[in-house]
Write a protein that binds this ligand. Structure first.
Ligand code: T4K
Length: 369
């Protein structure tokens, strides 16, 4: 096995030499933050790359989510998934909103639109869904329910950078989508995030909210927060973008290698896409079922013994954490599919420069139990 530990991901970085000239410009201009030139340039270039017009950069994906909910003035109850990173539900609690957990679809592990209606009450104002692992939600079905009950739709698109359906970016769906550019994501700015806005007017409001609510030097129009991305992070994003297509192609190769080699291993299911036209291969989740000789946790331990560090994203379920488990919707009987997925899933290492020989060794270990 590799002499160095192999983690679930390794952040992609451009050659340092390409970043230095950007740092020199920052040192020269002394503009470090507050929506400077690199911030503006990255918003423009991301817009072109993703085929979207209105993107507001953020300091991270969590503050982007919190702000998206503020921007839409969401309150009361919000229907959401228990099968995600905890930031999804935390963004609701930070806004004083009650999460109402609804089970996920067995095949995609995304919020199951067929179960949303039963969770709606007079207090429900929105649906917060996650494109889990970058696989798109059933956006049409979710929109139909939202339209029937006059609900807003927010997508936690932390995993979904660059993913497209037949008409273009999946980030255009819903009222707002929030992205993460964290170190562990397909496109990273060390820390960072963004909100994809439908129009210029909503971007103005979101830009104000991420800048303390300022609308000019002496005018404050809302109780905003500091959610601005710094010039350092924006500059890194500009350099990262130049290498992104290659990094995505490398991820695709690794995804294909795992799929080919794991096919036919009894008790192991590789999660398939959810009909996306362009995938981003952000994660490689497998599901370990009862047909496999050892449990998911047994396999997790075996891999760790030899220096391979997969992750059990998403175990425990959000609804099992102390600040959520008292909610009626957090009951196990309400979430059987999510509860089972949380016991079965293992995200195997995937990142652009993961050697195929390591993929081979991981598969060898999995198939020899
Ligand atoms: N919504 C969803 C659906 C999300 O998945 C996330 C974040 C958010 C919202 C919030 O977005 P941000 O506010 O984070 O922008 C990681 C990430 O910290 C988190 O961003 C991510 N989701 C979540 C799924 O995974 P941990 O606690 O598992 O990270 P950590 O530090 O254990 O990193 C995993 C592995 O990556 C490490 O074993 C080694 C490697 N690594 C990590 C970092 C940070 C590196 O090699 N270098 C690094 O700098 O949460």
């Amino acid at each position: 096995m590799s002499d160095k530990p192999v983690f679930v991901t390794k952040p992609h970085l451009p050659p340092l030499a390409e970043f230095i000239p950007y740092l020199e410009k920052i040192w020269e201009s002394r503009i470090l933050t507050n929506c400077g030139a690199f911030h503006q340039q990255l918003e423009d270039e991301l817009g072109k790359y993703l085929g979207l017009e209105h993107i507001a950069l953020f300091t991270n994906g969590t503050i982007a989510l919190v702000t998206a909910l503020q921007a839409l003035r969401i309150s009361g109850e919000v229907v959401t998934t228990p099968y995600s990173f905890v930031a999804t539900s935390h963004s609701l609690l930070w806004n004083g909103i009650k999460p109402v957990f609804v089970d996920i679809d067995r095949n995609t592990l995304n919020l199951d639109p067929a179960r949303i209606e039963a969770a709606i009450t007079p207090q429900t104002t929105a649906i917060l869904a996650v494109h889990c692992y970058g696989h798109p939600c059933d956006v049409e079905a979710i929109q139909i329910v939202a339209d029937s009950y006059n609900l807003k739709v927010i997508y936690d698109a932390a995993h979904a950078f660059g993913v497209e359906d037949a008409q273009g970016s999946i980030l255009r769906h819903g009222d707002l989508s929030a992205l993460s550019f964290h170190a562990t994501k397909v496109f990273n700015t060390f820390e960072g995030g963004a909100i994809v806005c439908p129009d210029a007017k909503s971007k103005v409001r979101i830009d104000q909210l991420k800048n303390f609510g300022h609308a000019g030097e002496v005018t404050v129009v809302a109780p905003g927060i500091n959610g601005k991305m710094s010039e350092f992070n924006a500059a890194l994003g500009l350099v990262q973008l130049k290498h992104l297509d290659r990094a995505l192609a490398q991820r695709k190769r690794i995804d294909a290698a795992y799929r080919e080699r794991l096919e036919g291993v009894k008790g192991i299911r590789c999660l398939n896409g959810a009909g996306e036209k362009v995938a981003n291969y952000a994660y490689f989740p497998i599901l370990v079922d009862s047909g496999y000789p050892i449990s998911r946790d047994g396999l997790y331990d075996k891999l760790k013994e030899v220096g391979i560090h997969p992750r059990r994203y998403f175990f425990p379920l959000i609804s099992d954490f102390p600040m959520y488990r008292g909610l009626p919707s957090a009951r196990r009987e309400n979430l059987p599919v999510a509860a089972q997925a949380a016991q079965q899933v293992l995200c195997l290492p995937i990142y652009p420069d993961l050697e195929l020989s390591i993929v081979e060794e991981i598969v060898q270990l999995i198939s020899s139990q």
